[in-house]
Design a protein around this ligand. Structure first.
Ligand SMILES: [Fe+2]
Ligand SMILES: [Fe+2]
Ligand SMILES: [Fe+2]
Length: 417
């Protein structure tokens, strides 16, 4: 069993999700990918290497999902613990076989050029990683100037990179960059409207590739881990929601293929949360109206990220409708009753169940019986589907285990926070 998806579009979607972590700085990954590609065209690279370079540029910061770390990434040339996001990112990519070739480029994208002789890395990989490092720092230096005086600031940026030749960056890559970046066009093409068009015009966009369900799950896990790592409280939430949704789908007697897809939708449902600043997600007190409005954008963002991947149409709407309610008062599409399929209703119930089973900044985890009481009260208010809640109630203990991944409530209460 497999689904056919557009891999290029999936990589873009992953890059969009990562760019959301930037909150205000939404094009960092894309600019790095694009600049790397511009420079790479003048190197002696074959087409697959160029492709890897471009993809590595788009995804290079996949080990970062906290907005705090992201601020560090765009403010400084070097900082303590810089290697952590490189190691984490390379581990994540290594877990999805179609992207595993990018692993080492990402692993060494903050390694100084003069440190490579001590490492046992193929020279080509070292050069690609170093090129990503170079254009990544160019972007960091350029960020304060994109909306004002980039063309004036470019001279200082070029001087800074030039001074780091031989230490941080390979001299021939610096020379190549100096050559290209002497043109205004190099900088003007980084403006969002030009950047987006150039990126989406690449023809490989239309590659459809078959992926098996285990592979699709690995890809979804890649997204889910980025989301879950964002806040200690949402850690495990996507994984738990996915496990419970799959369990309920099986209990409801849905076809095996549907069960697989529901699990993937569970992994992806909160993707849009990447855009919500950490302070709001982790806030211990009541949210202000503005903060609530910020959180309520997330399922729409999930939709925006996923709907462009051909082959994932079902999964996209099942994931993006998880805050829609039977009375039509959910968000962001205000679908109601009959519009909500069993798959959507399963994800919606699983999401609430899992959240109640977890530690949150403002409360302890609820016990299985307390969860069921809450879910039933939501059914009475017409916020959740009665059929799916009844199903969870009939398999309460097993549902709770699927949601939490632990055996007993005592075990969960003993876990360190
Ligand atoms: Fe970066
Ligand atoms: Fe959500
Ligand atoms: Fe959720």
């Amino acid at each position: 069993m497999s689904v056919t998806i557009n891999l290029g579009q999936a990589i873009h979607a992953l890059s969009d999700a990562l760019d959301l972590v930037g909150v205000d700085e939404v094009f960092h990954g894309k600019r790095v990918g694009f600049m790397a590609l511009q420079c790479g065209r003048d190197l002696d690279l074959c087409e697959p290497e160029l492709e890897d370079l471009f993809h590595a540029g788009l995804l290079h910061d996949c080990g970062v999902s906290s907005t705090h770390v992201h601020r560090c990434l765009i403010d400084k040339i070097d900082w303590e613990d810089v290697e952590l996001h490189c190691v984490k990112g390379s581990e994540l990519l290594g877990q999805f076989s179609p992207l595993a070739p990018l692993k080492n480029i990402v692993r060494y994208h903050h390694t100084h050029w003069d440190a490579f002789p001590r490492l046992d890395i193929p020279r080509n990989t070292a050069r690609l990683a170093n090129l990503i490092y170079l254009v990544d720092r160019v972007d960091a230096l350029a960020i304060p100037h994109y909306e004002s005086d980039l063309l004036l600031a470019r001279h200082t940026i070029r001087d800074t990179i030039w001074r780091l030749s031989g230490s941080c960056f390979a001299p021939d890559l610096v020379a190549l960059f100096m050559d290209l970046s002497g043109n205004e066009a190099f900088w003007l093409s980084l403006e969002p409207r030009h950047l987006i068009r150039s990126i989406y015009e690449r023809k490989w966009e239309s590659q459809m590739v078959p992926v098996t369900f285990p592979e699709l799950k690995q890809l979804a896990l890649l997204f889910a881990r980025v989301v879950d790592a964002k806040s200690p409280y949402t850690m495990e939430h996507s994984l738990g929601t996915a496990r419970l949704a799959r369990f309920l789908a099986e209990r409801a007697g849905l076809a095996i293929e549907t069960c697989e897809k529901i699990e993937v939708a569970g992994l992806l449902h909160d993707l849009g949360k990447l855009q919500v600043p950490d302070e709001i997600l982790d806030k211990p007190g009541t949210l202000t109206r503005e903060e609530r409005a910020m959180i309520q954008r997330h399922s729409f963002e999930t939709y925006q990220i996923l709907h462009r991947i051909a082959g994932l149409e079902d999964i996209t709407i099942w994931a993006a409708y998880h805050h829609e309610t039977p009375d039509g008062r959910g968000y962001p599409f205000h679908r109601r009753g009959a519009d909500l399929t069993i798959e959507m209703r399963i994800i919606a119930v699983s999401d609430v169940f899992q959240a109640l089973a977890q530690h949150r900044p403002y409360r302890k985890p609820l016990s299985p019986n307390e969860i069921l009481e809450m879910l039933e009260s939501f059914v009475r208010q017409n916020h959740l589907d009665s059929e799916v809640v009844a199903l969870a109630g009939r398999h309460l203990q097993a549902s709770w285990q699927a949601a939490t991944g632990v055996e007993s409530f005592d075990e969960l209460s003993r876990q360190p926070r």
